[in-house]
Design a binder for this molecule. Structure first.
Ligand code: GDP
Length: 297
């Protein structure tokens, strides 16, 4: 299960805090040191951990907390609040234009992150909301990608636009927009190509799409299991093709928590959804407060 080890460690720290009546500053600092270690072991970005512990310490080591009736409880509450803040406080939605105007969403990320699957998951969510999505196969390098998108589109009852694998993605995107306009569809979802590592060609291709057409939302899809790597990749994508939001996939696996806890702080971009499995219904809205509760137990 995700976050298991982090949750266990934090719960131990909290148990100790609760069991004490009065707390000294040294008690609080010792507990926060354990929280720090647990976060680092969960692969949370070092700078993020430092900042987080500073914020908690500033609030927790004061007379208000020390003199309260339940100081341990107060410290736990502060950790919870700061963790929610770290993940963005509020739930953020994919921003859509009015239904009578086309919205173009570009999905970006490394190969295997879950772009194709997540594109179809999102299409299903939008369809359920009464939108008319079109899935577009812009991944012309991975042979199976077009077929995979077609299969998933069919499962979702969403049309898929493809021009085979001999056209360039910019032309495909342009043609798809025409197709959407001519067929009364109002959201275009571009499933783009990923590579195994961040590279120039991939970034250029994405930047070219952004230059050639009006992309309303650029969404970064990333495998939560890759921890700090996920965060570093998100950072470099955001520097080169500004992102609007992030989707963390494979949160059903035993991810340690590093990506979920660091990505917002490092990139400044909100997590929109989390992928919770391979089925096309396995996509959940991201709620920072619920995620914090899950981690803190
Ligand atoms: P792409 O290369 O980025 O388009 O990645 P795919 O959409 O092909 O996904 C790669 C693999 O990850 C596939 O086997 C998917 O079924 C799987 N996958 C995608 N999202 C999730 C998720 O949230 N949980 C799990 N367990 N698997 C996922």
């Amino acid at each position: 299960m995700a976050f298991e080890s982090l949750s266990d460690k934090l719960q131990n720290v909290f148990k100790n805090l609760r069991s004490k009546g009065r707390l000294t500053e040294a008690d609080v600092k010792a507990s926060l040191k354990e929280v720090k270690m647990a976060l680092l072991e969960a692969d949370v970005n070092f700078k993020v951990v430092k900042q987080f512990i500073n914020s908690v310490t500033e609030r927790a080591v004061g007379q208000d907390v020390m003199n309260s009736l339940t100081p341990g409880q107060m410290v736990i509450k502060i950790v919870n609040e700061e963790m929610v803040a770290l993940m963005g406080s509020e739930t953020t939605e994919i921003k859509l234009n009015n239904s009578n105007e086309l919205t173009v969403i570009m999905m970006a990320g490394l190969q295997g992150a879950g772009k194709t699957t997540t594109s179809a998951k999102i299409a299903g969510k939008l369809k359920a909301k009464g939108r008319k999505p079109l899935l577009v196969a812009c991944d012309v390098y991975r042979p199976a990608a077009i077929k995979q998108l077609q299969v998933n589109g069919e499962k979702q009852g969403v049309p898929v636009f493809s021009m085979g694998d001999h056209q360039n993605p910019v032309d495909i995107a342009k043609a798809a927009i025409e197709h959407a306009k001519n067929n009364d569809l109002n959201v275009v979802i571009l499933d783009t190509a990923g590579r195994l590592h961040v590279d120039e060609t991939m970034m250029e291709e994405l930047a070219n799409i952004q230059k050639a057409i009006k992309v309303d939302q650029t969404i970064f899809v990333v495998d939560a299991m890759t921890g700090q790597d996920a965060v570093n990749v998100a950072k470099s994508f955001n520097e080169q093709i500004e992102l609007d939001g992030v989707i963390l996939t494979k949160m059903d696996g035993d991810t340690r928590g590093g990506a979920a806890l660091s990505i917002r702080a490092v990139t400044g971009k909100p997590i929109l959804y989390v992928g919770m499995g391979e089925k096309l219904s396995d996509l959940e809205q991201f709620y920072p407060d619920r995620m914090a509760s899950r981690i803190l137990g």
